[in-house]
Design a protein around this ligand. Sequence first.
Ligand code: G6P
Ligand code: ZN
Length: 543
Amino acid sequence: MPMQTVRTTPIEGQKPGTSGLRKKTAVFRLPHFLENYVQSIFDGIGGIEGKTLVVGGDGRFFNDDAIQIILRMASANGAVRCIVGQDGILSTPAASHLIRLLESDGGLILSASHNPGGPNADFGLKYNGKNGGPASEAITDKIFARTQTIDCYKIVAADNIDLSTLGTLHIEGMAVDIVDPVSDYAALMETIFDFDKIRALFAGGFTMCFDAMHAVTGPYAHTILEDMLGADKGTVINGLPRSDFGNGHPDPNPIWAKELMDTMYSGAAPDFGAASDGDGDRNMIVGPGTYITPSDSLALLTFKAHLAPAYRAGLSGVARSMPTSRAVDRVAEGLGIPCFETPTGWKFFGNLLDAGKVTLCGEESAGTGSDHVREKDGLWAVLLWLNILAETKTSVAGLMTDLWATYGRCYYSRLDYENVDSDKATQLFGSLRAKLDGLSGQNFGDLEVENADEFEYLDPVDGSTSAGQGFRVSFIGQSRAVFRLSGTGTSGATIRIYLEQLQTDANHLDDDPTQVLHPVRDAALELSDLAAITGRTKPDVIT
Ligand code: G6P
Ligand code: ZN
């Protein structure tokens, strides 16, 4: 019989984090590990009998083999159809779009986002629901609960199918449609932006460098930027997806996108630089000699979105994750639209987008997006910047000057302490919690605490609450420090400290961010006792 029911037992460590389950690839390849998790997803969402799913990933090592297993399990569990990107490729925003466009019942996205790929690196899997967005906590809790009781999974015994040719195949009774991963997404972008204007910009000699970081956006960027918009060939660098991302770290920030940064800070810099991550949902924006923080990018896009056709009528509202700087709040106030503060994780934007309460949203972790899909979207952000540049005929630096002159500048930086012993991280957050109530009025370094709390989110759409979402400490003088534990690490704990200082003095809009943030950094380190508790004197990464 091709349909098999395989006995299994629960496997530890299958709790989904900020964005699905992320583990070392070797863990995902352990016997039954993937199968247990996939069956738990299917069971956790109430079964997939008669359903249609979208399946695809960022092409990292194990993508193909995992997809073959998922398809055989989907068939055995009674799905009628799976839509799969050719060669198993779908960027996360393109998968979100396909789920919505085809009115499917959700999708499985294989990616560990910006984490490295390969047999010794990371792998991940997440379920997105019918709206195209990451599953809510209520659903991921059910999936996790199922991983703890699972006793069998269903799979069809069959050969691998050929994912490289477009068309429809079958695994027992289930159809598998293999589709072009780029075309529907590119068509969507054409409905949002003024492609003629952007084409004219490039035709007029505007130059750009897009670093696909050997990850999934390569084919998307070649098609959209070079073929459709007429950017010079060679605009897209590292455009061939590789299963190990060229041995790199496909994270679009100044540290990992060094090749792009070197180009943009050289004498021969093009007019505009951008990069995207492993699965295509993050973005980095950089002008000649000017790195734009993700928080500032969100503020700028909010400020100027009306210049793109899809947003001409204005925005219903905006949202940012709690640690993201408050630059966008000021723009929203200026535009007279609401601004929501959510916990970290794109899933929290889903309800606001579905309810039409927000049009744009973004996070400090290099994610920006809108209501066109239910994921953040790297190329979309790049295209919105291009549309704005085409309309304003200004430079990247010129746009930022305009933003800061109008709303002030939120200087911003994030310190990451990686692979901290989990017990010590727990101790640090425990002691912060214990002293939180007494912090107001206390001095740390040169700063006095104005107020401090632990962030708890009340979802204004469904009334659900999410507690324990990080600590916010505001100081007199418009500065703020936020403390949070990363939810995406695959080993040990990562402590993140986010620093912010608002400056509205017109003579101080171009200062050195490190200098400006010095006092709030010192205060944050002193009040958290970080060095004493963790033994760390320096962050591993500063962005
Ligand atoms: C993923 C999610 C983002 C989130 C980020 C935070 O990329 O898709 O929405 O902002 O994780 O990661 P962290 O490591 O800070 O929990
Ligand atoms: Zn990503």
